[in-house]
Design a protein around this ligand. Sequence first.
Ligand code: ARG
Length: 586
Amino acid sequence: MMIVDQLRERILEVLRELDVEVPNEGMVQVTGARDLRFGDFQSNVAMVLGKRLGRVPLEFAGEVGEKMGVEDWCEVTTAGAGFLNFTLKPKAWAEVARGQWESDDLGVQQVGSAKTVVVDFSAPNVAKPMHVGHIRSTIIGESLSRVARKVGHRVIKDNHLGDWGTQFGMVTWAWKRGVDEEGLEKDPLQELLRLYREASNASKEDEGVKEECRAELVKLQQGDEENTGIWERCVELSKRGLERIYDRLGVGFDHWMGESAYHDVLGPLVDRLLGEGLARESEGAVCVFSNGEGKPKNDPFKINRDGEWEDFPMIIRKKDGAFNYATTDLATVEYRVREWEADEVWYVVDFRQGGHFSQLFDITERMGYGKGRKWVHVSFGTILGKDGKPLKTRAGDLPQLEDVLDDAVKAAAVVVNEKSFVEDVEERERLAELIGVNSVKFTELSHHRMSDYLFDLEKMVSLEGDTAPYLLNSYVRSRSIFRKLDGNVDLDGGQLELSEKAEIHLVRMLSGYGAQVHQVLDDFRPNLLATYLLEVARAFHSFYEACPVLKSEGVTRMSRLILCDLTSRVLKDGLNLLSIEVPERM
Ligand code: ARG
């Protein structure tokens, strides 16, 4: 049992002994101390219950504290308006460290009730390469999936590719006028982008071309054989190009259920919604309107124009009979519930789509898929350039993700060449790739997902600061001792003893790992784990400076070796949850 749980159990026992009625056990909490000067853990139970009992909380805290009978391993004091403060003795901390070190899960407990969670993330649009903004959904989604899996949920990672849409009219038009087969083999995404741009430029100059592109799209939608063939190849090739980037990022999916996969069910779905009265026709289109419950300002189907609330329906079949993004998303809701038995679906998508998801979830509710399930839009902000505006290339486009990664690797190579002990040229190159890519990923994950952040390559590959290289270096350091020992050591947890402040501080940090991992899912915030790992690394560096390891002797040496080992395991495991790979040397 975790220390906080032990203390909490003991408090509950004391309250029973004192015949104090506890209306609900949630009132009894033990948490990490806000201020370490007062202790390691604290409880406000005496303040919560004291008032109800008509007792002075501080006095009541004193009585509970005395009765706990934990003085063997924990010092109990009271303070302020009635806090109970707990300071573990070094002996108890040694037990905590040993328990964590001996466990396989490093103290990350499994959830009581495992859920089937679909994580919908990345989902770029086919025939356009991924741009820098896609890093956000891709990396946050991957990391949340890993954390959810770690704590025991059944996770289904789905790439809801935008593989069906107007862009195919354009690509097909240009394709027929000369596709570069060689280029297509070498770099499919770039060749498709070239075709897309060619058509897009031509149709800007010539209305006739625009019409021709639209005609190609209609032919595709009607199942024309040639156009379907071209579309299929586009999607196949795009997937191949995307796989390459995902491999580089260490990201993977269980399914690639793109928009086109739902093609055949859209017509019947809209008809059914019409039949059930959930949708109705309006100006030739089929729409879902507000059901009129709730205030307009919280109603996703209302919009305020010049002080008046107007209808803002979700269109699910356009005037021309075509289905859209919204129709497809309604179909995915059904599919995920029926085929995958999803309990929760997390959509990791840009905040600008907030309105779409509010409407989608509302309709989901009305269709009867809400009960007992959770639908979440995990939204995120924008990546900014140094000028504080959304990041752009010199030409004014969004930078392509691959170019950004290449630049990061170049910046990392400069640092590696300056600072690394690694001599072998190839290993250096691998190291630069690893550091570059992981720096971009870590920067993403270390910011609150809703905040816009500044994309500064030099800063993110630096060894100093809240960076990936700082963390990776801490990991390498914690392992390097064992390399020096060359396997000549048998770690024995039974010998663990702690005395130095820096040791205890490190153990205290490490012991919080399990709770931190769980907290990520409370509000879908991997940055909490990223920040925590930075703190672990800082505690490790302080320990490493204050406490010689190899030069010490006996149980002290053994204990410190175990702390190094435990630190390296927590760092590696935590970084892995953030989808960040560690090098063994750097
Ligand atoms: N392809 C969409 C875009 O690039 C994102 C899709 C997100 N997932 C979803 N089920 N709507 O904006």
